[in-house]
Design a protein around this ligand. Structure first.
Ligand code: LRH
Length: 467
């Protein structure tokens, strides 16, 4: 039985066909396409039309190769949404969360909803990228467009709407919006009121692991559209092989390093707030309290800068250089806001360690890559210490999933920093998690068998800490 996962990341999208055969998932990446946010009319903007045309082309190709495919589900990165008019057409192009409009309007936002009030109302860390902040900025900077807005769909739900004609607000993605009550089972009307965001732009939170309806796109009518987890990290943790007798700590490692733990209840203490914890939702009814850490984006931006300067930028080559480079013995904090912004990243990294007395101008590419990876590993160590203090449960291993699981140096540095084994893989965790959930939703996989199927499917490598 085959399910089709549309997994959209902030630098590339992919359409994956997953077939359950003999207790394992046979995964075929049918299409992969790069994309990136660009400035349009002064705003950092996603090309939603391009992404949609790639999704349709990918699904058509997948369906022609896997005519017995039964379902499709879309997951994307968090926090972005699409503002739509009465006819469900975008009023403005899809704005990207890294746009600085939310920084410009941050003081006004906080005067309406302080960080502490936002945390108390949502259980979500008050970050400027949150959907709530983006919509507040939209109301302030583009009042004309806002007045023409009748509906707001979260990004994955926009594509689900295009596939099915059905609207909804998927719980796992809604949980990252900063608009839901803690636990993310409903929107918090008080937050809308405090910020002046029209409540009727949204409906109710849609529970996931549910059926949406038949696909209405020509040629794909045999597919059933489902909500298998709309947030990519929610899908990724569904592909986590779990020992349910122990606390499962995970690191979903891509442009973002999402470091968290699987739980049923949110962590809402004062300490959790002060540490910057955020309580996001899983695709099932559970939660995944976590830290959203600026991750391999820092390296991706360095690669971009080197490419534009005509220097080597191939990741394999860069890692090889980093392996040969000595440790500088200093690290920087990837949480600093300058590392979240695009462009000039190599200079930002140099500046960060120049302040520590390092001769920054003399740093080679290998030095810089090692420095970025050691800084991430040091941040993960702090994050695991904080998480274990909050849960009271020790971490006996860290499951590191996503693209970063292929970076052996990062995995080893992380194991060394944490002093516990790192289980790296699966690499395409979001797509696998989506496929598993879809097969469960459509009755082709018993959830009790999921762990075994993951074990038979996922390629994992164990990194032990250097003694
Ligand atoms: C990772 C991610 C992360 C953040 C960010 C905006 O793709 O979903 O969890 O929410 O995107």
């Amino acid at each position: 039985m085959t399910a089709l996962a549309v997994d959209l990341g902030s630098s590339s999208g992919r359409i994956v066909a997953g077939t359950l055969i003999d207790g394992r998932i046979d995964e075929v990446e049918v299409r992969r396409f790069p994309h990136q946010a660009r400035f349009v009319d002064g705003y950092l903007t996603w090309d939603l039309d391009f992404i949609w045309s790639e999704v349709v082309a990918g699904l058509r190709e997948a369906f022609s190769r896997f005519p017995h495919a039964v379902s499709v589900s879309v997951d994307t990165w968090g926090v972005d949404s699409v503002c739509l008019d009465d006819d469900f057409k975008p009023v403005v192009p899809g704005r990207a969360y890294r746009d600085e409009r939310t920084i410009r309007t941050h003081t006004a936002f906080r005067s309406r909803l302080s960080d502490e009030a936002a945390w108390a109302a949502t259980g979500i860390a008050p970050a400027t990228i949150n959907t709530a902040n983006q919509l507040f900025a939209y109301l302030h900077e583009e009042p004309g467009a806002a007045a023409d807005t009748a509906h707001v769909l979260l990004l994955p739900d926009y594509f689900t709407y295009l596939l099915s004609g059905q609207v909804g607000w998927s719980r796992s993605h809604a949980s990252s919006s900063g608009l839901c009550a803690p636990g993310a089972n409903e929107f918090n009307d008080e937050v809308f009121e405090a910020l002046g965001i029209p409540r009727d732009w949204f409906g109710d939170v849609s529970p996931e692991h549910s059926v949406v309806g038949p696909c209405t796109v020509e040629g794909l009518e045999h597919l059933t559209v489902v909500r298998a987890g709309a947030h990519d990290t929610a899908c990724a943790v569904h592909a986590l092989q779990r020992d349910v007798t122990q606390e499962s700590y995970f690191l979903s490692c891509g442009s973002w390093s999402v470091l968290g733990v699987l739980r049923d209840e949110p962590l809402l203490s004062r300490a959790a707030y002060e540490l910057g914890l955020t309580n996001e939702a899983r695709g099932d009814s559970g939660l995944r309290p976590l830290f959203n850490i600026t991750g391999l984006w820092i390296l991706q931006e360095c690669q971009r800068q080197w490419r534009e300067a005509g220097q080597s930028h191939d990741i394999v080559e860069l890692i090889r250089m980093a392996e040969a480079a000595p440790s500088l013995g200093v690290t920087f904090n990837p949480d600093e806001p300058q590392f979240a912004l695009p462009e000039g990243m190599v200079d930002r990294v140099r500046d960060a360690v120049a302040a520590e007395g390092v001769d920054a101008a003399a740093l080679s590419q290998g030095d810089i890559v090692r420095l970025v990876l050691e800084s991430l590993a040091a941040r993960y160590k702090r994050g695991i210490e904080d998480l274990t203090a909050l849960t009271g449960a020790p971490a006996t291993q860290l499951n590191l999933m996503g693209g970063g699981s292929r970076n052996a140096l990062l995995c080893q540095l992380t194991a060394d920093a944490l002093g516990i084994p790192v289980i790296a893989g699966p690499n395409e965790a979001s797509a696998l998690g989506s496929v598993l959930a879809q097969l469960e939703i459509t009755g082709h996989l018993d959830p009790a068998e999921r762990n075994d199927v993951i074990g038979a499917t996922a390629h994992t490598v164990e990194y032990r800490p250097a003694s």
